[in-house]
Write a protein that binds this ligand. Structure first.
Ligand code: NCD
Length: 345
């Protein structure tokens, strides 16, 4: 199901539903804003620019970092947050429609952040909302704020190595069929020049052809490899993803539960122990999981927790943009903090 919402450029007063709302210039503006608010994200400074503003977050699928980082971002800008999680504790359990829920909740808030298991459902929220709606993941559809924080991380990690996102080689591994972060990331990276995508997916979890076509039509190379080692061998970055077990039959999930997706030995065999390692998280740590091994955690390129930290910056930039707050107003309402939250060595 979907709603006919035009995907207009992301700016003040607009919903954020899809990465397709960005061109290269719009993306750069958002990334610059995310960088500028770094002292607030790092809690070196305290900001009250969103004093009086209310965020309502509605999460109808499990989430840890996405919900908490959206809420933390709003709180760090001085706003207030209300939240509801799961179907059980909202009136959707009594059969209320997306339309009615969105109309009611938008009467209480200035922005909505919504995650829902059905593709197109967040656009339906947006169609009935009287305030901007941010898509925090709609089924296997899109996850635009994750793509923004992934690109922010790619820019800073590749930049620190004297490389650029333009012309980079990125290996993308795992569940490429149901993983919405992969779909959004590949479309967003298509705004850059000459990206080489090297894909590895287990049988039945291959990338939808439409996403490959999208990247190829914009001049990028998309190569499907038979092994992880081949995919990773010439890569600047490896982006691993978990199997989205909740979106498939138990039979298919079991068929894919077979050891590590990526571990240190594979990176050593690919002669690429220094590669930038990314993952949208969560990393599946159950004994039968098929995911990124923890034995890569002390490698120098591990960037998975940089991604989660960067999520704060990017989500602050999303709120400032849709609420029409410029950097001048942020600076005027920011002061040094008198307290320290750092642990002593
Ligand atoms: C991702 C998601 O929800 O799509 N998680 C996240 O938001 N960082 C990836 C996943 O669940 O595997």
């Amino acid at each position: 199901m979907s709603a006919d919402i035009p995907l207009l450029p992301f700016e003040q007063g607009r919903h954020l539903l899809s990465v397709l709302q960005f061109d290269r210039q719009g993306l750069q503006a958002l990334l610059n804003l995310a960088k500028a608010v770094d002292p607030i994200a790092k809690r070196q400074a305290v900001c009250t620019v969103l004093d009086g503003a209310m965020l309502c977050s509605l999460f109808f699928e499990p989430s840890t970092r996405t919900r908490l980082s959206f809420e933390s971002a709003f709180l760090r800008l001085g706003g207030e947050v209300t939240t509801t999680t799961g179907f059980t504790f909202s009136s959707m359990a009594k059969g209320e429609s997306i339309h009615d829920t969105a109309r009611v909740v938008s009467g209480y808030s200035d922005v909505l952040v919504v995650r829902h298991p059905e593709e197109g459902s967040v656009a339906q929220f947006a169609a009935a909302s009287t305030v901007p709606v941010v898509n925090a993941g709609d089924g296997t559809g899109e996850h635009p704020s994750q793509a923004l924080l992934d690109v922010y991380t790619l820019e800073s990690e590749l930049g620190a190595r004297g490389k650029s996102v333009d012309g980079c080689t990125i290996a993308i591994l795992g569940d490429l069929k149901y993983g919405r972060t992969v779909h959004s990331l590949m479309k967003m990276l298509s705004l850059y020049e000459h990206v080489s995508f090297r894909l590895f997916a287990p049988p039945s979890l291959e990338l939808p052809q439409s996403v490959a076509d999208y990247a190829q039509a914009r001049g990028h190379s998309v190569t499907v490899l038979d092994t992880v080692v081949e995919a990773v061998s010439s890569a600047d970055v490896v982006y691993a993803t978990r199997v989205q077990r909740e979106r498939m039959t138990e039979e298919l999930a079991q068929a894919n539960a077979k050891g590590d997706l990526l571990n240190r030995a594979m990176l050593a065999e690919a002669d690429n122990l220094g590669v930038v390692i990314m993952h949208p998280l969560p990393r599946d740590s159950r004994p039968d999981a098929y995911d990124l091994s923890t034995d890569v955690d002390d490698l120098p390129g591990l960037s998975i927790f940089k991604q989660t930290d960067n999520g704060l910056n990017v989500r602050m930039a999303i709120f400032l943009t849709t609420l029409g707050v410029g950097l001048d107003a942020v600076t005027l309402t920011t002061k040094q903090r008198p307290w320290k939250a750092t642990l002593r060595p």
